[in-house]
Design a protein around this ligand. Structure first.
Ligand SMILES: C[S@@+](CC[C@H](N)C(=O)[O-])C[C@H]1O[C@@H](n2cnc3c(N)ncnc32)[C@H](O)[C@@H]1O
Length: 217
């Protein structure tokens, strides 16, 4: 896992925008799929409160331990080791969320389909995924050779519809900067190279807000 604290810092704004638009509140039951070190799970726990529930799911058992540590003050967080492709929860949730997950999976539509099945009728599926090659350092495109589809964000609105969800809203946001600061530190954490004073546009995150349809009469 790469620089989770810095990711939380620089990509906090897109997360806040999405959660504000949904009006996530006290008592919500949510799942963060591909939860990593648990930054989003902790942010969600603070919003849903003690009467809510946050499932933090990741295929890597190390992530479960890290999330459990990060969320030790939040008993409403339950960290689970499970593949997104096999997502199965003990109860339907109001929101299934993922960020920086679908770029790593072989079949993003299948994962979005599992997330759709995890939410109640009328519940939300929200994904935030990058268009890596739209990021720039000193005007040059970024790349992420380890990801299966580093530009999956560019396809995201169509992928949620192919997963049978109703697309309610979609947009892209990218942190940018030049010189020392969280954007440069984040990039250095990802690439191992100090960008100095080069201008940086980090990969835009495409956010989709989609709903599971309510069954007709
Ligand atoms: C780049 S990290 C993102 C972490 C977190 N979502 C965030 O935004 O900070 C990707 C995470 O997805 C997990 N992951 C990758 N493939 C997965 C899969 N098929 N099912 C569940 N988790 C997966 C990895 O173990 C890793 O923790």
């Amino acid at each position: 896992m790469d620089a989770p604290v810095l990711r939380n810092d620089v990509y906090r704004r897109p997360l806040a925008t999405a959660l504000d638009r949904l009006a996530v509140g006290a008592g919500w039951r949510v799942v963060d799929v591909g939860a990593g070190a648990g930054d989003v799970a902790v942010a969600l726990a603070e919003i849903v409160g003690r009467n809510g529930r946050v499932y933090a799911v990741d295929s890597d058992p190390v992530a479960r331990d890290e999330t459990a540590r990060a969320a030790s003050a939040h008993s409403q967080v339950l960290a689970i080791t499970q593949r997104a492709e096999d997502l199965r929860l003990p109860e339907p949730v109001d929101l299934a969320f993922c960020r920086f997950l679908l770029l790593h999976v072989t079949d993003p539509v299948a994962v979005l389909g599992r997330m759709a099945e995890a939410v109640r009728a009328g519940g939300w599926v929200v994904a935030q995924e990058p268009v890596t090659s739209a990021g720039r350092v000193d005007g040059r495109p970024l790349s992420m050779p380890d990801a299966r589809d580093p530009d999956v964000g560019a396809l995201l609105p169509a992928l949620v519809r192919r997963a049978g969800l109703v697309l309610e809203d979609a947009w892209a946001e990218a942190p940018a900067g030049a010189g020392p600061g969280p954007v440069a530190s984040y990039l250095e954490g990802l690439t191992g190279v100090d960008p100095g004073n080069d201008p940086i546009v980090l990969p835009p995150l495409v956010t989709v807000l989609a709903r599971r349809a309510v069954a007709g009469p």
